[in-house]
Design a protein around this ligand. Structure first.
Ligand SMILES: C[S@@+](CC[C@H](N)C(=O)[O-])C[C@H]1O[C@@H](n2cnc3c(N)ncnc32)[C@H](O)[C@@H]1O
Length: 318
């Protein structure tokens, strides 16, 4: 896929640039490179002495981003790494950088990933139930749907999808797969539609949206890797370094809020203790008590930005 074909409009780009404020000579790390929509602008600002690192686990995104960065910011020093940002420590060791000034996480899938039916992310197109963001991942959505027990399916749909009909959908999947495995996206959509009462199907967007979101999170271990990646970013951030995360659903945002708040806490010892025994020292200054959201103009121009929630923190000296 060429850059022209890899169409993904970067979300909250102005806010990313003003919050991260990348300066000439700095090191930036885009942990979710995608089509480099944010990275081209970050690279432009730190070039030519600075370094732009970009991470993605998707070969198609890496190829499109490599081409775009070379064409649009030839003066920039760029290093792109294939991997999962859950392994950020190893990736940054590989990149041989002593520290990073700006980290960006723009979570989830890109528009081209959603729009490529064979990837199995879309509930509009028929395709094998895959949903892996990386070929290195062995778990597929088909495996989850056809092998997890009813209780686990219900839990995943309820917790990761916030699906109120989780139990009914899980039961329908289990009944259906007893006859034949659920192998395609539209077979799964069919199960969901049969499980949800007709009145509920008329509201709140596509009835399978929450089920697909839940399976994607499970298949790609999205919440675990976010917690790990974020903590690693805080460790690697230079003093004064900025970390910006854009989430697209409340579970992700809750993890970002929790990690930021935990690492910005000082001593938590009871006030009557004469000396601190907990050893907590704040290492982050959280810049966003509440998440920033996209402007009305951006939402009108790019519907994907509607659910974006941005949080920003700055690494302290400690
Ligand atoms: C929303 S898109 C990023 C779009 C990019 N900011 C742009 O404007 O072009 C998210 C990208 O991050 C990648 N991604 C998601 N989770 C990842 C993870 N845990 N490790 C590495 N890459 C990940 C996806 O493959 C996808 O290409």
């Amino acid at each position: 896929m060429t850059t022209e074909e890899f169409r993904h409009v970067p979300v909250m780009l102005d806010e990313v640039l003003s919050e991260l404020d990348p300066k000439p000579g700095e090191v930036v790390c885009d942990c979710t490179l995608g089509g480099a929509g944010h990275s081209v602008e970050l690279a432009r600002r730190v070039a030519p002495e600075g370094l732009s690192l970009g991470i993605d686990q998707d070969d198609v995104a890496l190829r499109a981003a490599t081409e775009r960065l070379a064409r649009e910011v030839p003066e920039a020093s760029v290093r792109l790494l294939k991997g999962n940002f859950g392994d950020l420590d190893d990736l940054l060791v590989e990149a041989e950088v002593p520290g990073v000034d700006c980290f960006l996480f723009d979570l989830g899938v890109s528009s081209p990933q959603l729009d490529t039916p064979e990837r199995g992310f879309s509930f509009h197109e028929d395709a094998p139930l895959d949903m892996r963001m990386s070929g290195n991942n062995t778990l597929t959505a088909a495996e989850v749907v056809n092998t997890y027990n009813e209780a686990d399916l219900t839990r995943i749909l309820r917790v990761y999808g916030d699906e109120r009909f989780a139990g009914r959908i899980a039961r329908r999947i289990v009944e259906r797969r007893a006859k034949a495995p659920v192998e395609t996206t539209l077979e799964l959509v069919d199960c969901v539609k049969q499980a949800i009462p007709a009145a509920a199907r008329r509201h709140g967007g596509h009835p399978a949206r929450r089920t697909f979101q839940a399976l994607r999170i499970e298949v790609n271990h999205e919440l675990d890797v976010l917690d790990r990646g974020l903590r690693a970013a805080v460790r690697w951030a230079n003093p004064g370094g900025r970390i910006c995360v854009i989430s697209y659903h409340s579970l992700e945002d809750r993890i970002v809020k929790h990690v930021f708040s935990e690492l910005s806490q000082g001593c938590t010892c009871p006030p009557d203790l004469p000396v601190c025994v907990c050893g907590h020292v704040p290492i982050l200054d959280v810049r966003t008590r509440r998440p920033l959201v996209a402007t009305d103009e951006e939402v009108a121009a790019n519907p994907r930005s509607r659910s974006a929630l941005m949080r920003v923190a700055v690494r302290l000296e400690a």
